[in-house]
Ligand binder design. Structure first.
Ligand SMILES: Cc1ncc(COP(=O)(O)O)c(C=O)c1O
Length: 417
């Protein structure tokens, strides 16, 4: 029994889109013949994660302990009608937003960090390990580690480590150990530092370090996005939204969210897919990272070091170096295979928004709704503004997924007017 009056909205099962895809999900592939990166992945992620990664079950029961943890961290998150935004825009329809920024760690990332940490703890390991770029994922992992009785080590890209001291503080509060990457803690990091002592780091290097550290110590490695099991965990977002819209007697015409690796977007829209051809679904990416318009659909590495397996997905190439946009979570070169299939077959549409337009959208959202959204979520808001300003969409009902708050990313406003 969960102790809250809103607890019944928290789903009792996760939704896995795989059986509802128009074609089979291409399996991960090893990059090199002699060293199986799939075997490597199998040895560092919890066995239950591995099972969920390859399951064809449409639903997976959420353990009671995880439902309780979801409640503790702020689920269900609110679905709010943005009446002030509607009024300022003079929009004749309705705009709702699902606010994942209301979780205690400030983003949707906690939805998968909790089950992954829980499964790791069940295997008896003392520690979980991951990498983080902008910091949201490392924050969620540290918190999930803390409440599941595990130590957490986070390899944080050095440039972010130096730029975002607030993130380090929060991870430290959750008892996470944050290491600037490249570091002297791994062979890979030491090699990078030997070649370039002032290397600013990259997500690829941080992943390599985290994986090496997990293997050499027998710890478990946590997956932040892209993998199917992660999107399955994120389905709590969409399932709650369906229940909340039903309570309000609303049917959405459009669902809009942002895409880095695809986890918040997939988790938000996929539960609406079974039996539904009408609702428009729009995946908003950064103009500076045009994976859907300029990327290729092919097998590519998950990480730039090529340590983890390859996935068939839209990708700009695992060696793609994005510009320094604030939305760090959208700088990823690829996108989840399931999402890639649905974009290719036209079920999900895409949109690209540049940083200036995102900043304007974030300011309007703050001034009308009071919400300081994350830079990543600003892309969803900007695409929604485009949608509602299109006269063809007058009178429609739109739901935006606001994946996180932006209180630790205020630099986006400070440096540009
Ligand atoms: C707040 C927020 N939104 C969105 C993203 C993008 O990731 P994903 O596409 O996996 O949801 C991130 C990633 O770091 C994030 O922190």
């Amino acid at each position: 029994m969960l102790h809250s009056q809103s607890a019944e909205i928290i789903p009792s099962r996760w939704y896995n889109v795989v059986p509802d895809l128009p074609e089979p999900l291409p399996p991960p592939r090893s990059g090199s013949e002699e060293k199986s990166s799939i075997e490597l992945l199998n040895s560092i992620i919890p066995a239950e994660m591995l099972r969920q990664e390859f399951t064809f079950n449409r639903y997976e029961r959420i353990p009671d302990e995880i439902r309780e943890q979801y409640l503790q961290v702020g689920r269900p998150t609110p679905l709010v009608r943005a009446v002030n935004l509607e009024r300022v825009l003079g929009f004749s329809g309705k705009i709702f937003y699902k606010f994942e920024g209301a979780t205690v760690t400030g983003s949707h990332k906690i939805n998968t960090a909790l089950p992954q940490a829980f499964y790791a703890a069940q295997e008896g390991v003392p520690e979980i390990v991951t990498e983080t770029g902008a910091g949201q994922w490392g924050t969620a992992t540290s918190m999930a580690g803390a409440i599941n009785g595990l130590r957490t080590t986070v390899f944080m890209v050095k440039v972010s480590y130096n730029q975002k001291p607030g993130r380090k503080t929060v991870m430290g509060l959750y008892d996470g150990t944050v290491i600037a990457s490249p570091s002297d803690k791994t062979d890979f990091g030491r090699r990078v530092l030997r070649e370039k002592p002032d290397h600013p780091g990259s997500l690829g290097i941080a992943i390599s370090e985290a994986v090496e550290y997990a293997i050499s110590n027998g710890y478990r490695y946590m997956l932040g996005s892209v993998m199917n099991s992660v999107l399955t965990h994120q389905s709590v977002i969409g399932q709650e939204t369906i229940a909340q819209l039903e309570m309000l007697g609303e049917t959405p015409d459009a669902l809009i969210g942002c895409v880095g690796g695809g986890s918040n977007f997939g988790g938000f829209v996929f539960p609406f897919i079974p039996g539904n051809r009408e609702t428009e679904m729009i995946a908003s990416t950064a103009l500076e990272v045009p994976k859907f318009s300029k990327g290729e659909y092919r097998y590519d590495f998950i990480d730039s070091a090529g340590i983890l397996p390859m996935l068939r997905m839209f990708s700009l190439g695992s060696d793609f170096v994005p510009g320094k946009i604030y939305a760090g979570g959208l700088r990823y070169h690829g996108s989840a295979p399931s999402l890639s299939i649905l974009i290719r077959n036209g079920r999900i549409k895409t949109d690209e928004v540049g940083e200036e337009e995102v900043i304007t959208a974030l300011k309007l959202f703050a001034r009308t709704q009071g919400v300081v959204a994350a830079p990543e979520s600003g892309h969803a808001i900007a695409s929604a503004l485009r949608y509602v300003r299109n006269p063809d969409n007058a009178g429609k009902t739109v739901v935006i997924n606001v994946s996180g708050h932006g209180y630790l990313d205020l630099g986006i406003f400070g440096e540009k007017k």
